[in-house]
Design a protein around this ligand. Structure first.
Ligand SMILES: Cc1cc2nc3c(=O)[nH]c(=O)nc-3n(C[C@H](O)[C@H](O)[C@H](O)COP(=O)(O)OP(=O)(O)OC[C@H]3O[C@@H](n4cnc5c(N)ncnc54)[C@H](O)[C@@H]3O)c2cc1C
Length: 395
């Protein structure tokens, strides 16, 4: 038996012994496993699952074991993913810490910071939010104005962030601040701080749906210990860009990637019907087939890009290609789904709509943000033009 086959059978046995069977029930809509100090899932076994996966390091399977990660190779990680998919396991943890912050801490943080921050991320004990965008700095992120002043024994932060996802529920923030007003990109630093620090206030932004996934986040004379600066003072822009590459890579690989053709087919069969063994609506059938081919091609491209990034030094500017394509693919999928479901796919609430229909409507509305979050599609095309294709930058 090869090492990898042995790893597969060990993994399978461990999952059989440790995945709580009660989690096979559908997850409640607002029960996503974000972890953190206030994580109280409606099914307590979700917490048990997080504890077990976290203790094994399998919430961050490829991080080094010295920081409580799983220490797996790329091949072992693929086997783990296959085995989790085989038993249709719920994710143990969804985490900005695992997807975005941890990878840059591994690259840029000092040893003390790695020891302090990485293990709690693996165990899902700290929920992080991302303090990047500001009212005057979105696509032009380097225009950010949140001031950070050196007060001798600490930093003092004043300013405002916006669209900070889940800031009201997060424990800590990774935040871009301006430490030098005389320079643009070279005047930015990357800071970590506790959301409970006096002077931090997260105000949820009410959306038309009634839910509030984003916040305006205000900083009023917030004191931050100096050892919470990551990397060099005024050296935050490189870290910020690197984090965006990890963000785009993660969004593309799992967040709203392709490979969802089957659900559309099922919906179409149910709502449109079958004639002579084929979907009754020829035009819809053609577009679903085209989408499925795009999704397959996309999944293969992601695999190739992952292999390339592992062979080199992690993700590159090419993640912008994948992020752009992933956003488009998911928006196409959601459009097709709603179309296939007809009026059933247009409900928000109320009688006459089943849960699947309501899910489709919400997913369709949510997908509108895909081409904005993590950098807009236009901005990603700019990155591709400049950094991947090497077209001249006239600015
Ligand atoms: C679901 C979601 C979650 C988010 N979560 C977070 C979060 O947790 N933390 C955080 O900090 N931010 C978050 N954001 C904010 C997001 O990063 C910004 O919305 C995004 O970067 C765009 O910035 P903006 O909204 O200021 O738009 P703007 O920058 O004002 O852009 C407006 C329009 O102009 C276009 N545009 C701007 N500049 C150019 C250019 N140079 N070339 C071509 N077109 C251009 C844009 O593509 C866009 O269509 C989130 C956004 C969404 C939708």
């Amino acid at each position: 038996m090869s090492d990898l086959e042995a790893f597969r059978s060990e993994t399978r046995a461990w999952l059989e012994a440790n995945y709580p069977p009660s989690l096979n029930e559908p997850m409640a809509e607002d029960d996503a496993p974000w972890g953190g100090r206030n994580y109280r899932p409606s099914n307590p076994d979700a917490k048990l699952w997080l504890e077990r996966m976290g203790a094994k390091g399998w919430t961050a399977p490829m991080w080094p074991t010295q920081y409580s990660g799983g220490g797996l190779s790329a091949d072992e990680n693929r086997v783990l993913t296959q085995e989790l998919t085989r038993i249709k396991a719920r994710p143990a943890l969804m985490s900005f810490g695992v997807w975005m912050l941890g990878p840059v801490l591994l690259e840029y943080a000092n040893e003390e910071q790695k020891q302090k921050f990485l293990p709690p991320i693996v165990r899902g004990e700290i929920r992080w939010c991302q303090g990047y965008s500001e009212p005057g700095a979105g696509s032009d992120l380097a225009g950010l104005q949140t001031r950070c002043e050196d007060q001798g024994d600490h930093y003092l932060i004043n300013g405002q962030k916006v669209w900070t996802s889940y800031a009201d529920q997060a424990d800590w923030i990774f935040c871009l601040v301006r430490t030098d007003t005389s320079k643009k990109h070279e005047g930015i630093s990357f800071l970590l701080f506790d959301m409970k620090t006096p002077g931090v206030e997260a105000r949820p932004i009410k959306l038309i749906s009634g839910s509030s996934p984003f916040c305006e986040t205000f900083f009023d004379n917030v004191k931050v210990p100096k050892d919470q600066l990551v990397g060099k003072l005024n050296g935050g822009w490189d870290i910020a860009k690197r984090l965006l590459q990890y963000e785009r890579q993660n969004i593309s690989a799992g967040g709203f990637g392709g490979g969802a053709g089957l659900e559309i087919e099922e919906a179409a069969k149910q709502f449109v019907g079958i004639e002579a063994g084929k979907l009754a609506d020829t035009d819809l059938r053609t577009r679903i087939a085209a989408h499925k081919m795009d999704a397959k091609a996309f999944a293969l491209t992601v695999r190739r890009a992952e292999a390339e990034s592992k062979a080199s030094r992690g993700p590159s500017a090419a993640t912008s290609i994948i992020k752009y394509a992933a956003a488009k693919l998911n928006q196409d999928k959601c459009e097709l789904m709603v179309e296939a479901m007809g009026t059933q796919g247009l409900g928000w609430e109320g009688e006459g709509f089943d849960p699947e229909g309501l899910k489709a409507t919400r997913a369709w509305l949510r997908s509108k943000g895909n081409s904005i979050e993590g950098g807009t599609s236009e901005v990603n095309l700019n990155v591709v033009a400049k950094r991947v294709l090497g077209l001249l930058d006239h600015q």
